[in-house]
Design a protein around this ligand. Structure first.
Ligand code: XIL
Length: 529
């Protein structure tokens, strides 16, 4: 079916079209196409409007400048080759696309009926242009002229669309139709360049989450605007952990955790709860020093019931137990489990106990165990797999596994590719569990090379991680551990000079961001087929 219009178009280009009546327009389809395209453009305008006044002009300029350039910067070869493409290259691409659109616009006369017909014809082109852009991403750099040829084809398609639309009659006022065409074509290109990750994730059926400190969001309008646009899910980076929320036996500090839940709910976003029982870090002294098993068991029961109970029905997924395995830098333990107070006093069964407590407190939440360094196959992943199998066999209410995905950090210097991450996710999903990447970031400190080449490499890692999840049934989403480099834990916790997240210190989208976007767009288009 799709070939027919193109053949017709080619014939019409070779032989001037005879005078013909404009085809009847399907008003519903035209309206839908126009709406879809207008929405795409409005998305960007809204984003710009939401930025703070002081920085709006700067932001508008930046968004415009980066539209096309950014899109092309998203390309990575599947073997992890560089994402980078020079600005000159991208600028040239932008110019050529703009010229193609303008050429078509200049040739376009039109009445209202004509304009409607043009819109109708261009509706599939909206999709098509976006589709043809995808292979460009994979063919960086343009060594074989593939990008140039594809652009020429897009241009031909746009040109062909005009006579096909039955708007051959000369002499009518061109302005309306031209403006409509430009809007539609810009919408098609805009789709590839300006929609946020939130919209793309919805199309792809995936969650994209961010771990936040609520104070950082409320004090930074650009952060708040970015969360609106880029995420479907929030995690409390610290606010729900034992130490922050329950620092002394009778002291509860709920405000920051409440604020995270409110932030998400006000935006229609999901919440991941993190975390109820974590033996390694941020555990108050009164828990660390619990005198015996009974005392600790009572503390854990009260804690889980209170925290999970408070947010019952509002948390999509709880990391009930965090990091049950021995840390990669800690001395190995005989059974591979972390040597923490829960393990010491309650035995390895503390994980199942915590899951039962969480299920009782919040029957609706999906209950997860969350772990680091299990994205790569090997003894650590095998040990975690055995733990999960034991939990399931014992009837513990386990629904999911969180892969932290601190890539490049655990294990140090390793950046698993798409196939490796996908195989790891699949191994656990095949047990009937939901899986997610829960704390994604990509450290650059253990990678050599100049910064631009490391940032380009990082783009590929982000793309691979998101694409891996989208390719595995049962993998429902990816959460990044922060959004802008300005507030990464890799700086504050480890003191690294690092740039591990999708946005830079000034809220500019990095190549990493476009890596995520390329993977989501690919998944969305695959789903649409
Ligand atoms: C980190 C936070 O980001 C830091 O602010 C805090 O000082 C320490 O914890 N794995 C986890 C997260 O499961 O809870 C950790 O978060 C990062 C590693």
């Amino acid at each position: 079916m799709r070939l027919l219009p193109l053949l017709l178009a080619t014939a019409l280009l070779l032989v001037p079209p005879p005078a013909q009546a404009a085809p009847a327009c399907d008003a519903r389809k035209v309206a839908a196409a126009a709406r879809a395209c207008a929405d795409l453009l409005r998305g960007e305008e809204r984003f710009v409007r939401d930025a703070s006044d002081a920085r709006r002009a700067q932001r508008v300029a930046r968004v415009r400048d980066r539209l096309i350039a950014s899109w092309y910067a998203a390309g990575t070869a599947s073997d992890g080759a560089a994402c980078a493409v020079t600005t000159a290259d991208a600028g040239d691409t932008a110019d050529r696309l703009a010229a193609a659109v303008a050429d078509v616009g200049a040739a376009l006369p039109g009445s209202t009926a004509c304009r409607a017909a043009v819109l109708r014809t261009l509706a599939p082109l909206c999709r098509r242009v976006v589709r043809t852009e995808l292979p460009l991403l994979r063919d960086q750099p343009d060594a074989h002229g593939i990008r140039g040829r594809t652009l020429a084809r897009v241009r031909t398609d746009l040109t062909a669309a005009f006579p096909l639309a039955g708007c051959g009659a000369a002499g009518a006022a061109a302005a309306d139709a031209e403006a409509a065409l430009l809007r539609v074509a810009a919408g098609a290109l805009g789709d590839a360049t300006t929609r946020g990750l939130r919209a793309l994730a919805a199309d792809a059926g995936q969650e994209v989450g961010v771990a936040v400190e609520p104070g950082e969001v409320s004090s930074d309008p650009l952060y708040a605007a970015a969360l609106d646009r880029e995420t479907t899910s929030l995690t409390a980076e610290n606010a729900m952990k034992w130490g922050p929320i329950h620092p002394a036996p009778d002291t509860w500090v709920f405000e920051p955790a409440d604020a995270v839940v409110a932030l998400a709910e006000s935006r229609g976003q999901r919440v991941r709860g993190h975390t109820l029982v974590w033996g390694a870090l941020q555990l108050p002294a009164y828990v660390e020093n619990a005198p015996d098993a009974d005392a600790l068991r009572a503390l854990m029961a009260e804690h889980v019931a209170t925290v999970a109970g408070r947010y019952a029905g509002r948390i999509a997924q709880w990391d009930v137990v965090n990091e049950p395995l021995a840390g990669v830098l800690d001395p190995p333990t005989p059974d591979g489990l972390d040597d923490n107070v829960f393990r010491r006093l309650l035995g390895p069964g503390y994980v199942a106990e915590a899951l039962h407590l969480a299920r009782a407190a919040d029957p609706a939440a999906k209950l997860f165990v969350n772990e680091n360094g299990i994205e790569v196959p090997g003894p650590r992943q095998d040990r975690f797999y055995a733990l999960v199998q034991e939990l399931l066999a014992s009837g513990a209410p386990l629904d999911g596994v969180g892969f932290q995905a601190h890539l490049g950090l655990i294990p140090i210097g390793q950046y698993p590719d798409r196939a490796t991450i996908a195989a790891s996710l699949r191994r656990f999903a095949e047990l009937g569990l939901t899986v997610e990447l829960t704390e994604l970031d990509v450290t650059l400190v253990f990678r050599s090379g100049d910064l631009p080449s490391r940032l380009a490499f990082q783009c590929g890692s982000y793309r691979d991680a998101v694409a891996a999840c989208a390719s595995v049934p049962g993998c429902s989403g990816v959460t990044t551990w922060g959004l802008s480099d300005r507030s990464t834990w890799l700086r504050s916790f480890f003191g690294f000079t690092d740039w591990p997240l999708p946005f830079d210190d000034d809220w500019r989208r990095k190549a990493a961001y476009f890596g995520m976007r390329a993977a989501l767009l690919e998944a969305a288009l695959r789903d649409a087929d």
